[in-house]
Each structure stands twice: as C-alpha cells, then as structure tokens.
Design a protein around this ligand. Structure first.
Ligand code: FA5
Length: 357
C-alpha cells in the first residue's frame, strides 16, 4: 500500500471541483458522482492509505480528508441547485406560449358579442313598462310548498283547479308537500305576508319568474315558461283600476293597433276574475293554427283579490282591497314578435335567436 500523501488530497479536491464546475447539466453532474466520490475515486484510494499512518497522524490526516470531501460535497450540492434552476428556466422559455401571436392572429377575425335571449329581454321590457306605471319589481321562490302554490290561494286539496295546474313534485321526505310552482301567484302570498309582518301595506308590485307545469308543449305552451305577476293592495281599489292598468300595459307594450279584451273567467283566488286576450298577431284575427282558429290569444288571468286570500295572509278585507294579474312572458314575446310556434323560444336554434340581437 502506498503511503498517505497530503498533496494528493489537494489534487483530488481540485480535480473534483474542476469536474463539478465543468458539468454542463444535472445529468452530467450525477454521472460524474462515482468518479468523484465513489469507491474508485481518488478520495476512496486516499482513505485506504490512511492505514499506513500512525494513530496520531491518522487522526489528523483523516480530519483533513473529511474536510476536503465535505467541501467537494457542498460544491456539488450548490452546482446541482444552479444547474436545476437554469434547466427549469430554459424549459419554461421553451414552453412559453406567445400570446401576442395568438391575439394578433385572432385580431383580424371580428369578435361576435352575445346578447340576451328573447324571453329575458321581454321580461326586462315588461318590467320597464310596469315600473313606468309606479310598480316595484319583486322576486319569489321557484320551489314552493303546497300551501303557497295552492292552499293560501284558496285552492284546497282536491279542488278541481289543481288538475289544470298539475306540476312536478319533489320527494324531499318532509311532511310538507314541496313542488315546482305552477304560476307566479304564490309570490303574491309572500309579498302580502311580508308587508303585514313589516307593516308596509300598501303594495304595488310585479313579480316575474319561471313556472313549471305538466303541460304538453305545443304552439302556445311549454312545460317550463315564465309569467309576470302583478299585485296591488291598497284602499279603495276597484275593477276599473285593474282594467286601466291592463289597457295602459297593452298600449305601451303592443302599441295602439292591437285590440285587447277581458273575458269573464274563474280563478279561485280572485273574484270577479277575467282572462285577458289580444288579437292574434300571427293571423291578425283571421284565425290560424297558433290561436286555434279563434283570432284571439290569451295573455293572462286577472281579477279582484278574493277575501279568502286576504284572510289567509291576515289582511282586513274591510279596509283593504286589491287586484292581481298573471301574464305569460313567453306568450307576450310570441305575440309581440309574431312567433307562430312558442317551442322556438326554447329550442336554441341560433338562426332564430340571432334575429333578436
Ligand atoms: C294563472 O296562472 C293565474 N295564476 C293567473 C292569475 C294571476 C289570475 C293573478 C288571476 C290573478 P293561467 O293558468 O291561465 O293562470 O296562466 C296565465 C298565463 O300564463 C296564460 O294566459 C299564458 O299566457 C301563460 N301560460 C300558462 N301556461 C303556460 C304554458 N304551459 N306555456 C306557456 N305559457 C303559459
């Protein structure tokens, strides 16, 4: 065994440090690891020659060797960090997407802005008309209990009106029956209850929203459609006020050329009640498939609030009176734009939708 030579420690260290600095990549550095500090490295050979020294010298030389190995290990570690960082930066540069290119290639293609659908814009126009008459706009839940959708509106269980307002029932496992509302009229009940509790009568409000029925879609019906409910509760309100509001609404929304009429009807929550119709805009009153050859299309129902409803919400019908109405928003859109089949409103055919941008 050759004797331990201190100068060889220095040369092993400087050759290892040279190799470390010369490594051009993380992989190259890892590959040279064996050569630098492995079993066949100069350090390992020097380690073996320590045996040729006496105990005191061995201790000193061992410490020297260890310190040298430590410096090499530290230099290796910091070169590793340096190389990994620069490789990562290079990779990011390669992966970088040049958005400027993407944007400039798109800039020549005109961007097409979207717009509201016909039903949504009709709802806003109807709200505007009623706000112009002094009504406020309120909201109500689409999921209701049986009480709000039927009972509070004077429609007890087994009442025949439930048949024409059949809906989708939710199995929520509660004792209360929960359903998707068939009309916006339950919002009347919420509004009156809230006003009684807060002492804020009178009410002049419209409540638009989505309704659901077990109706077979046809030229004038959808299973999911929209209504706008109107509610006035004040002192000394008469049927003449109701007729005046409807007349004003018709002129504002359909213009003076459209004829309208009120026909006696029945709703359990209004008395007297009426249906509100306008001349069919598809056939101008001649009779067609859309109006079932009648020349008229029903837009909604209305009437004076029934005392039974006032009683359900705790309003004194001796002091207060009022009226309510409920129009189909989809029906209004259909008649205003002479859409012969209402199903077009929900079919998402862009050729149809884009006509109303
Ligand atoms: C009602 O829903 C009553 N709540 C209206 C009312 C309110 C009366 C306040 C009195 C006082 P009716 O079922 O007739 O009534 O519906 C009113 C309007 O909603 C209809 O005239 C029609 O315009 C629209 N409508 C009803 N069912 C559908 C449907 N399946 N698809 C599209 N529109 C519908």
């Amino acid at each position: 065994m050759s004797p331990f030579d201190v100068s060889q420690v220095d040369s092993a260290e400087s050759s290892a440090l040279e190799q470390i600095n010369a490594a051009a990549s993380v992989d190259a550095l890892r590959e040279s690891e064996n050569e630098m500090v492995g079993k066949r490295s100069p350090f390992a050979t020097l380690q073996k020659t320590l045996g040729s020294l006496g105990p005191e010298e061995r201790k000193e030389a061992g410490a020297l060797l260890q310190a040298s190995r430590q410096r090499v290990a530290e230099a290796r570690e910091s070169r590793l960090v340096e190389l990994s960082q620069s490789e990562r930066a290079q990779q990011l540069e390669v992966d970088r997407m040049d958005l400027a290119d993407v944007v400039s290639s798109r800039a020549s293609a005109p961007l097409r802005a979207g717009h509201s659908g016909l039903v949504a814009s009709t709802q806003r126009q109807l709200e505007d008309v009623f706000v112009g008459m002094g009504f406020t706009v309120a909201d109500g839940p689409e999921v209701e209990t049986d009480w709000y959708n039927f009972e509070a509106l004077n429609i007890p269980p087994a009442h025949p009106a439930r048949g024409m307002w059949d809906t989708f029932y939710l199995d929520v496992g509660e004792p209360e029956t929960v359903l998707l509302r068939t009309h916006t009229s339950p919002t009347q009940i919420h509004l009156m209850e809230n006003a009684v509790a807060a002492g804020t009568l009178p009410i002049h409000a419209v409540m638009p929203g989505r309704c659901f029925r077990r109706d077979t879609p046809d030229a004038r019906h959808l299973a999911v459609f929209h209504q706008i409910e109107g509610l006035v509760v004040d002192r000394g309100i008469s049927f003449a006020d109701l007729a005046g509001v409807i007349e004003t609404f018709t002129r504002a929304y359909f213009g003076p050329d459209i004829d309208s009429r009120l026909r006696p009807a029945f709703f359990p929550f209004t008395e007297p009640s009426a249906e509100f119709e306008i001349t069919c805009t598809i056939c101008r009153g001649e009779g067609c498939r859309t109006c079932s050859l009648s020349g008229w299309v029903e837009l909604g129902g209305c009437g004076m609030l029934d005392p039974a409803v006032f009683e359900a919400v705790g309003i004194d019908s001796e002091q207060w009176s009022g009226f309510a109405f409920g129009f189909g928003i989809d029906r209004c859109a259909q008649m205003r734009h002479a859409v012969s089949d209402m199903r077009a409103l929900s079919e998402n055919d862009l050729r149809f939708i884009r006509q109303f941008s």
